[in-house]
Design a protein around this ligand. Structure first.
Ligand SMILES: Nc1ncnc2c1ncn2[C@@H]1O[C@H](COP(=O)(O)OP(=O)(O)O)[C@@H](O)[C@H]1O
Ligand SMILES: [Mg+2]
Length: 255
């Protein structure tokens, strides 16, 4: 069970479809030739510069948009969920956060209102959202509280796989640490498999088991998280690692 593969991605490519001039179909490729596996309980990091195609790949892997070619083979049957980067944009401003967290249960076919209420209470307790916040709308919450609501809404159906797309990028450093420790605790308690997307290599390598490095829509390196940071092999990964070292005073760059 421990090493059970729950996700296999084979030679996947994808991007955006649109209608061009005269209604002609246009395909804009964003990523291609992506292959990896994810095991149960494992956290896989996806790191790369902004615009490299990470979010598009994550959405395609989760089945939120169709691939152009290749395969996504899932070893589980529930619906994978996504934690988004910008909680204010991702949360319906007109609904109370209790209602927002109940929506995925409705989508998953949980018809009993009492059951939904119990599940929402349990997940809000798990993400430590203060009781006083639960009847409010997203606009009335702090950034950290909104990110907790986003996490609750993604986990309320108890998914096998969750993708977190830059879940702490919009937060200040103190809140980042709180949300990461929350995610770390929840993935253990709930036995989650996670695809963790970020542009921050040190953050990814400290939070994840393995890392995929993406450059311009291609995976240029993948491996053990600590190793990818400490001994990167691809020139692009080396650049990411060096840039990260330079940003942290006292580690590398002389000021
Ligand atoms: N809906 C869309 N239609 C067309 N192109 C898009 C769309 N969304 C994103 N893109 C383009 O796809 C590329 C990759 O974007 P994205 O997957 O969001 O990268 P990342 O998450 O790594 O920053 C970018 O060039 C972006 O402009
Ligand atoms: Mg993105």
């Amino acid at each position: 069970m421990e090493h059970e593969t729950i996700l296999t991605v084979k030679d996947l490519s994808g991007g955006y479809r649109s209608r061009g001039l005269f209604g002609r179909r246009r395909e804009t490729p964003i990523f291609s030739g992506v292959s990896f596996t994810l095991r149960r309980g494992e956290t896989l990091g996806l790191v790369g510069e902004s615009g490299s195609g990470k979010s598009t790949l994550a959405r395609t892997v989760l089945g939120l948009q169709p691939p152009f070619s290749g395969e996504v083979i899932r070893g589980f049957f529930d619906r994978p969920q996504m934690i988004f980067q910008d909680p204010l944009g991702a949360l319906n401003p007109a609904m109370t956060v209790e209602h927002i967290a109940a929506e995925p249960l409705i989508a998953a076919g949980v018809r009993s209102r009492a059951e939904r209420e119990r599940a929402v209470k349990e997940i809000f307790d798990a993400v430590e959202l203060p009781e006083a916040c639960r009847g409010r709308r997203p606009g009335a919450l702090s950034g950290g509280q909104r990110q907790r609501v986003c996490i609750a809404a993604a986990l309320v159906t108890r998914p096998t796989l969750v993708a977190a797309d830059e879940p702490v990028s919009a937060l200040d450093v103190t809140l980042q640490a709180q949300i990461l420790s929350l995610l770390g605790r929840l993935r253990k308690e709930m036995g989650l498999s996670m695809l963790f997307v970020s542009h921050d290599l040190p953050l990814v390598s400290s939070f994840c088991d393995r890392v995929l490095v993406m450059q311009n829509g291609a995976i240029v390196e993948q491996g053990d998280a600590a190793k990818v940071l400490s001994s990167p092999e691809h020139p692009f990964t080396k650049r990411l690692a060096a840039a990260a070292l330079g940003e942290i005073p006292g580690r590398g760059k002389k000021v």
